[in-house]
Design a protein around this ligand. Structure first.
Ligand SMILES: C[S@@+](CC[C@H](N)C(=O)[O-])C[C@H]1O[C@@H](n2cnc3c(N)ncnc32)[C@H](O)[C@@H]1O
Length: 210
């Protein structure tokens, strides 16, 4: 049977969906905590000024060490309200800003790196967002993506298939192919690592070049 493609998730879908998810998001997303910890550890090993793209409720903010300063951006007012409360007590968080990843209001090369977790599958055009993440990263900097991408076999292929028709309501595409984030000219993939639970999540590390 032909797979039904996911309907494109737009900004309004995201705002609506995360207004619903915000009160329960961290409970529902608890299986992704180990992956978030591993990704933050990688950011800490690099250090510098990082953009957390799709900071959500700020659940990763406490995982960064003091050698990392952060700007967090997100589209959902409801998720950001939680992130802002958290960030108030964190001196290494410079700002938490409502902003669309499709159009970042930062100059070129503004950050040493970008970390984007569980968000690239929620945007209307992943390649355009990757290009924006590359643009705001300095040459030699790092763009890290952690997300679940389309499963090609096993039980997750079935789960993805069940969830995909509800993409607009969920606020993300459960079966976005990984190749949607590839091919941005300024980014070279330097690492692809499966993360827990059970390799369901993929960490992609790109180097930004001129
Ligand atoms: C699954 S949550 C992940 C949040 C956080 N990164 C985490 O790991 O808990 C996805 C987040 O992406 C945000 N998002 C989706 N599309 C966006 C866009 N175009 N611009 C900015 N944020 C967006 C949503 O509002 C939501 O907070």
């Amino acid at each position: 049977m032909a797979k039904r493609p996911a309907a494109a998730v737009d900004g309004q879908d995201v705002k609506n969906a995360y207004a619903r998810w915000a009160p329960v998001y961290e409970l529902i997303a608890s299986p992704t905590v180990p992956a978030r910890k591993l990704a933050a550890k990688r950011v800490n090993a690099i250090g510098g000024r990082f953009l957390e793209a799709g900071v959500g409720s700020g659940s990763a903010l406490s995982l960064y060490t003091r050698n990392v300063s952060l700007v967090g951006v997100d589209l959902s007012h409801d998720m950001l309200r939680i992130a802002r409360k958290r960030a108030a007590a964190m001196p290494n968080v410079e700002a938490i800003i409502e902003m669309d990843l499709m159009q970042l209001a930062f100059p070129d090369g503004h950050f040493d790196g970008v970390i984007c977790m569980f968000t690239i599958t929620a945007v209307p055009d992943a390649k355009a967002v990757m290009a924006e993440l590359a643009r705001v990263t300095r040459p030699g900097g790092t763009v890290m993506i952690a997300s679940h991408f389309e499963a090609n076999s096993g039980p997750w292929k079935i789960t993805d298939g069940i969830l995909t028709p509800f993409a607009k309501r969920l606020g993300w595409n459960p079966s976005m192919p990984l190749n949607k984030v590839m091919g941005v000219p300024a980014l070279t993939l330097v690492e692809q690592t499966p993360l827990p639970p059970a390799g369901l999540i993929t960490l992609l590390v790109f180097e930004r070049h001129d």
